[in-house]
Design a binder for this molecule. Structure first.
Ligand code: HEM
Ligand code: HEM
Length: 194
């Protein structure tokens, strides 16, 4: 009885929430940093003049971290498909819960398609893919049209991904600063675990 009274007296922010497991959190934050960094690096490539050593260096850096992102995305998807997220015990309009679920699905789709299209585009290009200096298998052959096609997919998905991340971060900040309903804390260590 006392526990119930105490729980009700707590501010929404202080109420303990069901959280993601540490594995889910580690993968989320590692990939968040990596993918935001990759978007910044990808768009910065456009400012580096072609056929210069600096461009070769940064494109190879982009491909190497991109392959690392692909591996981590596959681990994360495998983890997610075999583990349920913590129950959402937070009161919110139904449309918001549905929008959150669909935006998460779209984020997963984009973070899978983005490195895959990058790898495929490079596989149909002249230089292939090196992972920090180690030559990786080519998934194609030299073909300008296919290189262009996957390059176009890479550019379009990159844009959708950037927009989705902006919405995702704004929504997370709204939960943290305005709603104060504990949704943000679900992805932070400490407190009650599921
Ligand atoms: C999560 C992973 C990745 C993200 C977020 C990402 C993002 C981007 C962005 C925003 C651009 C600039 C827009 C464009 O020109 O398409 C770009 C360009 C590019 N990316 Fe990625 N990328 C990723 C993974 C990869 C991978 C795995 C490869 C290849 C193995 C790759 C190869 C390239 C290449 C070759 C370019 C074009 C450089 C040029 O302008 O010639 N990317 N990437
Ligand atoms: C500063 C940046 C970020 C913040 C503050 C943030 C915050 C959060 C929070 C609080 C959740 C839990 C939502 C819930 O309980 O339902 C979450 C989930 C998620 N985030 Fe982020 N995030 C960030 C960046 C990213 C990025 C860059 C990506 C992917 C590109 C991403 C992908 C996801 C996905 C897919 C989920 C759903 C997890 C699941 O249920 O499987 N997040 N994020």
């Amino acid at each position: 009885m006392n526990a119930i009274v105490e729980e009700k007296a707590l501010q929404p922010q202080a109420r303990p929430v069901a959280r993601y497991t540490w594995q889910a959190m580690a993968l989320h934050w590692l990939l968040a940093v990596l993918i935001i960094g990759m978007l910044v690096l990808g768009y910065s490539l456009e400012d580096i003049p072609r056929n210069t050593p600096a461009r070769g260096f940064y494109v190879n850096l982009h491909k190497s971290f991109g392959v690392l992102a692909l591996v981590l995305v596959l681990v994360r998807l495998g983890w997610r498909l075999t583990h349920k997220p913590p129950p959402l015990e937070v009161a919110m309009p139904r449309w918001q819960a549905v929008a959150a679920a669909w935006s998460h699905r779209l984020l997963y789709l984009c973070i899978l398609l983005q490195p895959l299209s990058g790898y495929l585009g490079s596989s149909f290009g002249k230089y292939g893919v090196k992972f920090f200096g180690i030559e990786l298998p080519n998934w194609g052959w030299e073909d300008k049209a296919l290189r262009g096609f996957f390059g176009g997919v890479h550019e379009a998905v990159g844009f959708v991904l950037a927009v989705l991340i902006a919405i995702h971060v704004l929504a997370a900040l709204k939960h943290l600063l305005i709603d104060r309903d504990g949704v943000f804390q679900r992805m932070l260590p400490g407190g009650r675990k599921t």
